[in-house]
Design a protein. Structure first.
Length: 297
């Protein structure tokens, strides 16, 4: 087999969409890819796609983007009619060879047999993320917070404060200035009112973003919201701010006709998981993280 690797081009769009549907079609609440969705996700996540071909036939693809760990493999899909493992290994090897950072990672469903493929390449299985959801069938009790802390919706002109608290809480650049405007375009009727914050003086110390779960609402015909990102400054943790803001966000969604809400959280965030369970969240699925440290000079 002679495989040629090239950057994604318009001519690859249709076979790429087909391969993504074949690869991920059995995933939980899968939304099929059409050409418009492929291009939208490439643009929105800044995904670089490499395509493997033989005699002009697309055999597979890999899509990567930068994240806080280094290089993330967002997509890896191959045709079932060829030696899939050989095509996948070729694509992954090229990603590793050209990686700018020293770590490559990807997310895999907990039950996936493909975990063995990744461990055979030298990737280490690590804790991942839980997908959780809750019913919205009434207003939640909002825990009391200290008198000097004010709970409210984000005000106009306060995006910089939101970006600061989210990034400080995460410990890396989770948000950028301008993300709010993108969400307004992508997830109407989202606006600043959907963001719940805790304020001390004029300083935002905790925040929970609520949004309509737009793509799933359209395709699955559900009335569902999404929570995230959410963060609290380290010095203000343990003051019930996360639980109070999450309850406020759930009530906000309920009052706007949503009957369920979903989010994702790290398996290692035991306190957050306990908080979410107390608010009625249950685990829908787990995605594991597999990582490989690359040798550096």
């Amino acid at each position: 087999m002679t495989i040629q690797i090239s950057d994604f081009a318009q001519k690859h769009l249709s076979p790429v969409a087909r391969l993504l549907n074949e690869e991920y079609g059995s995933s939980y609440e899968f939304i099929p890819f059409d050409e418009k969705r492929v291009l939208s996700e490439i643009r929105r996540r800044n995904v670089r796609v490499l395509v493997a071909e033989e005699d002009g036939i697309v055999l597979g693809l890999v899509g990567t983007h930068k994240d806080e760990r280094g290089e993330d493999i967002h997509w890896l899909a191959t045709s079932g009619g060829h030696d899939r493992k050989a095509v996948e290994d070729t694509l992954v090897n090229i990603v590793e060879k050209n990686a700018e950072g020293d770590t490559i990672s990807t997310m895999i469903d907990e039950e996936s047999p493909r975990i063995k493929d990744w461990t055979s390449r030298g990737y280490i299985l690590q804790p991942g993320f839980q997908r959780m959801s809750a019913r919205l069938d009434g207003l939640k009790h909002i825990p009391e917070v200290a008198e000097e802390i004010k709970l409210k919706s984000l005000g106009h002109g306060e995006e910089a404060k939101l970006v600061q608290v989210i990034n400080a809480g995460f410990g890396w650049g989770r948000l950028e200035f301008g993300d709010l405007e993108e969400w307004k375009v992508e997830d109407p009727p989202f606006n600043e009112e959907w963001v719940q914050v805790a304020e001390v003086g004029e300083r935002i110390v905790s925040a929970v973003v609520a949004k309509p779960d737009t793509n799933y609402m359209k395709y699955l015909h559900v009335k569902r919201g999404y929570l995230g990102p959410a963060a609290t400054l380290p010095e203000f943790r343990g003051k019930h701010l996360a639980s109070a803001l999450t309850a406020r966000a759930m009530n906000f969604l309920f009052q706007r006709g949503m009957n369920s809400v979903r989010l994702g959280t790290s398996e290692q965030n035991v306190s957050s998981i306990a908080l979410l369970r107390s608010l009625g969240f249950q685990v829908d699925g787990v995605r594991k993280l597999v990582c490989k440290k690359l040798k550096t000079a």
